[in-house]
Design a protein around this ligand. Structure first.
Ligand code: NAG
Ligand code: NAG
Ligand code: NAG
Ligand code: NAG
Ligand code: NAG
Ligand code: NAG
Ligand code: NAG
Length: 444
């Protein structure tokens, strides 16, 4: 008992020391933002649970199922930046699929652009199908997703896809209340984009959105399978806490989790829900509610296992570091939120689902030119579509350099011949399995 206490206090002192030194590290690094491989390690791993990530290599093989209207764009941006920094390959959709894997069709490995294979990271929208992913992802891939409380999520879907999804568009006056008062009058299950109007979480996860909600065994089996597949189900309501769990799962550094919130709406585009709407939304999306409630509960169990205190400490460190980074990037203060139409820089203008929804994004402050902004700063606020295009471009270039023999004959045979390397370097024609070493990770 005595001994434990002594050990505890030693640990606390060590933690406090590390926390202080890492904040000061950030104070120094945040300003000029050179990510030169230095990193800091803090937090929960010092409190005696299984994640001794100090000695581990960062885990690279990840599938993040990007669900709709759940803060998933922000997670995607974190993964994109991590992949770029570590030269990882992100599987991206072929052009015919747009920037999503031909969503809402069920995912197929044929939707992956060949220049983005072999891949370590998958993070673009898709309708989940694990066996198709297993066809090209390494077998130690960790699967992750994020859920959001169904009332908030449905309100967001209704507003965002109001002109897109016919089930919403045909509602008089664009009234959420009217839709919920008689869903069957407006909703058509087989229509294009109907998945935005009913149990969208379940649909994205590969389930049947129109399944009878009274069929308990169906949803129980579905949840059980999800639990087997996903090592971590993040919860948007506890976004920073989710990132802390994610970083421990992947043995990443806190600095790998820095982000700026992306793809939000202006307050004017949000509906103010009257008191009986949440229960109506829950009733209509009963399958999503079951999934959310289950995984919110398991999420909180995980937080307790880690220790709420130490998670909270890491969250605070993350927020401080983030603040510092953002100030360093954008000339001494946070970048101004602007509605998409006002953003001058095309690279930074988020996609607008319709003129009736105002998505906000960031623009560089007027005294910071595009060329002066560091690459990291720009990527931090770059919307999904632009970032996806950029990555596809840079990965295609890298692919062609690595595998010149695979470049299809586009011009004349003479031109191609020029690219054949003199020495027959067999090595370069064999794709590496992965760039980072992959440690064995047990999920917490
Ligand atoms: C990534 O690739 C670039 C160019 O090939 C190289 O200079 C850099 O050191 C690599 N970085 C890492 C982390 O492997
Ligand atoms: C998922 O893919 C497998 C083949 O890999 C296929 O048999 C199955 O039907 C697909 N599931 C859905 C829901 O499309
Ligand atoms: C993973 O794949 C490799 C080669 O593809 C194989 O040797 C190994 O046994 C597999 N591991 C598991 C756990 O399936
Ligand atoms: C739509 O709005 C108009 C004006 O605000 C109102 O007069 C009308 O009753 C509304 N229609 C429905 C179906 O709520
Ligand atoms: C909801 O309330 C906020 C704050 O009171 C307001 O700014 C916004 O315009 C309201 N939204 C709608 C759609 O009425
Ligand atoms: C998630 O679970 C926690 C712990 O049980 C609970 O306090 C919280 O209200 C839940 N959150 C939501 C949004 O339901
Ligand atoms: C841009 O303007 C802000 C506030 O006016 C100032 O704090 C910052 O130093 C300026 N940045 C540059 C690069 O001039």
């Amino acid at each position: 008992m005595q001994r434990t206490l002594v050990m505890m206090s030693r640990k606390k002192i060590l933690f406090a020391f590390l926390a202080v030194s890492c904040v000061s590290f950030l104070l120094h690094q945040g300003g000029h933002l050179t990510w030169n491989g230095k990193s800091f390690h803090v937090g929960c791993s010092l409190f005696g649970h299984r994640s001794h990530h100090l000695s581990k290599t960062k885990h690279a093989n990840i599938v993040f199922l990007k669900t709709h209207k759940t803060a998933s764009t922000t997670v995607q941006n974190i993964l994109f930046r991590f992949a770029e920094r570590h030269n990882l390959t992100v599987a991206l959709p072929i052009q015919a699929c747009d920037h999503q894997f031909c969503y809402p069709r069920a995912f197929s490995s044929h939707f992956v652009h060949p220049h983005t294979l072999p891949a370590q990271v998958v993070t673009s929208h898709m309708r989940f199908n694990r066996s198709e992913l297993q066809k090209f992802m390494p077998n130690d891939t960790l699967y992750i997703t994020i859920l959001r409380e169904p009332t908030a999520m449905f309100e967001s879907l209704f507003s965002y896809y109001n002109q897109y999804c016919l089930s919403f568009k045909r509602v008089p006056n664009g009234s959420l209340e009217t839709f919920l008062s008689d869903t069957h009058r407006y909703y058509r299950s087989d229509e294009k984009y109907s998945m935005y109007a009913h149990n969208t979480l379940l649909f994205d996860l590969g389930g049947n959105k129109d399944h009878n909600p009274l069929d308990g065994p169906y949803i129980s089996a579905f949840i059980k399978e999800m639990e087997e597949v996903f090592s971590l189900v993040m919860i948007a309501e506890y976004f920073d806490e989710s990132l802390i769990l994610l970083r421990h799962l992947l043995s990443w550094d806190l600095e790998d989790m820095l982000y700026v919130k992306l793809n939000m709406r202006t307050p004017e585009s949000k509906f103010n829900l009257s008191s009986d709407l949440p229960s109506k939304i829950h009733k209509w999306n009963a399958l999503d509610v079951k999934i959310y409630d289950y995984f919110n509960a398991t999420f909180w169990k995980k937080l307790h296992t880690f220790g709420l205190d130490c998670v909270q400490k890491e969250v605070e460190l993350l927020r401080e570091a983030q603040d510092k980074l953002v100030r360093g990037c954008f000339g001494g203060r946070l970048p101004q939120l602007r509605s998409a139409a006002q953003i001058k820089n095309k690279e930074l203008r988020p996609w607008q689902p319709s003129s009736k929804v105002d998505i906000v994004g960031y623009d560089l402050p007027s005294n910071i030119s595009r060329s002066a902004a560091s690459d990291l700063c720009l990527k931090l606020i770059m919307p999904e579509v632009q970032y996806t295009h950029l990555l596809l471009k840079s990965q295609s270039i890298r692919y062609r350099k690595k595998y010149p023999l695979r470049t299809p004959l586009v011009n004349s045979a003479r031109g191609v011949r020029h690219h054949i390397p003199r020495s027959s370097s067999r090595g370069s024609a064999v794709p590496p399995r992965s760039i980072l070493q992959q440690p064995k990770i047990t999920s917490h």
